[in-house]
Design a protein around this ligand. Structure first.
Ligand code: KG4
Ligand code: ZN
Length: 366
């Protein structure tokens, strides 16, 4: 079947056309229009500006996806769209466009949860990945660990109790003076520090672990974030400048990144041991982090666990992942009608999908 998919939950407007057959995917087009340059001026995403910019780009992005795919619109069998969680104004733009598209083409409309979409990004390039598996989603808005029992059966077994992992990267990056979003620039700074460490340098900073010190699989990034930001402020005061030298930034970035990956690996080790999972999927924007990929890859190698992580372009927000999740939702009978709404939170989206499945079971239709 051919899926047309849309994603607009935050500051990326994305559309894709994906062919899916027997659990295998062929990406026919993948268009992502980023607003980073706009929001960088404010040091973070401004929700109203994001939805207005989506409004301007949605038609062109969708059109480009169809054109690049080289298929007639009549070949589309279903429309998949992110309906939650995210910025409500941003979600509504993609959702409304997708609803109109599905209605005009007279094809099913498939609601997709953004977080499950991130996990599904791993199916595109790793065709052997199938449930059951553990999934770690690390993004700008989420840090969650799921036991995935079936393609549409996710149970959250751990999460951040406060800030998301990506949020910590971005806020620390901002105080360091890095351009928004700070994650990728922090990755490069930490890589410079790793290089120095290979030549014998010792890190003089230490920060509190984001792994909550109890039996849960939960995280807390707010204490770590505050400790690093306080350290940066102290260093600025000591030097009487807002522009910290690169050698200080790289050492702090190195210590922060090591603390994040050690904390995540600690909880993952426990979860892998206690669940007996044989596969771990890591997804979301922060899954692009080279240090995290290496550390978690090593954890899995030692435990003889299959590690599946999307390639870098599929870690951040995109619509290919929404098509992959939408395909499995479609097979499970998750379909919406034209009254589908957007939800800012996970709870809203879970209740909505449960209601859709209940109607389907009761009436055989949506
Ligand atoms: O999944 P995503 O594109 O959007 C959300 O759903 O939130 O994730 C964006 C986050 C941002 O916080 C960004 O700084 C972070 O992913 N990020 C990284 C890297 N690349 C992107 N964080 C650490 N290292 C990276 N290489
Ligand atoms: Zn995302």
């Amino acid at each position: 079947m051919i899926l047309f998919a849309m994603e607009s939950s935050c500051d990326e407007m994305a559309a894709a056309v994906v062919s899916a057959e027997n659990g295998r995917f062929e990406v026919l087009s993948n268009i992502v229009s980023s607003q980073i340059a706009i929001h960088a001026l404010y040091g973070g995403v401004v929700p109203e500006i994001a939805s207005r910019a989506h409004c301007e780009s949605v038609t062109a992005v969708a059109g480009e996806a169809v054109e690049k795919a080289g298929i007639p619109l009549s070949a589309v069998d279903a429309v998949a769209v992110t309906f939650a969680p995210g910025l409500i104004g941003s979600l509504l733009v993609g959702l409304s466009f997708a609803k109109s598209t599905a209605a005009a083409l007279k094809v099913p409309l498939i609601p997709v949860d953004h977080i499950r979409g991130h996990v599904a990004a791993a199916y595109i390039e790793h065709e052997d990945v199938r449930p059951p598996f553990l999934a770690l989603v690390v993004s700008g808005g989420h840090t969650s660990l799921y036991q995935v029992e079936d393609w549409t059966d996710f149970r959250e077994i751990g999460c951040s109790r406060d800030d998301a992992c990506g949020e910590a990267f971005d806020k620390v990056g901002r105080v360091m003076g890095l351009p928004y979003p700070g994650g990728a620039a922090m990755d490069r700074l930490a890589a410079e520090w790793t290089e120095l460490e290979h030549n014998g340098a010792k890190n003089s900073y230490s920060f509190p672990s984001p792994a909550v010190s109890d039996e849960s699989y939960d995280f807390s990034f707010s204490g770590l974030k505050t400790a690093v930001i306080n350290t940066l402020h102290n260093e600025k005061q000591k030097r009487k400048t807002d522009d910290l030298p690169r050698e200080v930034c790289r050492e702090i970035a190195g210590a922060f990144t090591r603390t994040v990956s050690d904390g995540i690996c600690r909880k993952l080790n426990a979860a892998l041991r206690e669940t007996g999972a044989e596969t771990l999927v890591m997804a979301g924007g922060v899954a692009a982090n080279s240090h995290l990929r290496a550390a978690i890859g090593e954890t899995c190698r030692r435990r003889k666990v299959r590690f599946a992580v999307p390639s870098l372009p599929l870690c951040g927000d995109n619509a290919v992942m929404i098509a992959a999740a939408g395909y499995h939702s479609y097979l499970a009978g998750i379909e919406a009608d034209s009254s589908l709404n957007a939800y800012a939170s996970d709870e809203g989206s879970e209740a909505c999908v449960a209601a859709l499945l209940e109607i389907k079971a009761r009436t055989g239709t949506v």
